[in-house]
Design a protein around this ligand. Sequence first.
Ligand SMILES: [Zn+2]
Length: 133
Amino acid sequence: MADLWQDVKKSVDKLTTTINVKTKEVVQVSKVKKEIDELKSKMRSYFPALGELTYTMYSEENFDQEKLKEKCKVIATLEEQVKQKEKELKQVYRESQEARGKRFCPYCEAKISDDAKFCNQCGKSLPVKIETN
Ligand SMILES: [Zn+2]
């Protein structure tokens, strides 16, 4: 009897862990996605101003490249931040899947099966999985 209860408890624990990991993933994903959206809309808001500035310079026949570069740099910085956030998002997915027991190739990041000794994507030999429980 004791063993049966032990098993039930174990599977409940495992289920709880899965739910917690999934909830954490959902929360983090929506947070990062929101940040990406904000950065992108901020980026988009700079384009009309940049166009207007360019046209003003054109009509005044006074092209100030430095000034344009400066404005472009602001947009480029935002784009860089978006890329950073997208990387972060990938990382969140990955960590969440790893927490749920999924394995990834450390060389090419392909998803690999539990007992694989070699990556079927890049063919490199894989480290042995360490049992955590
Ligand atoms: Zn690989």
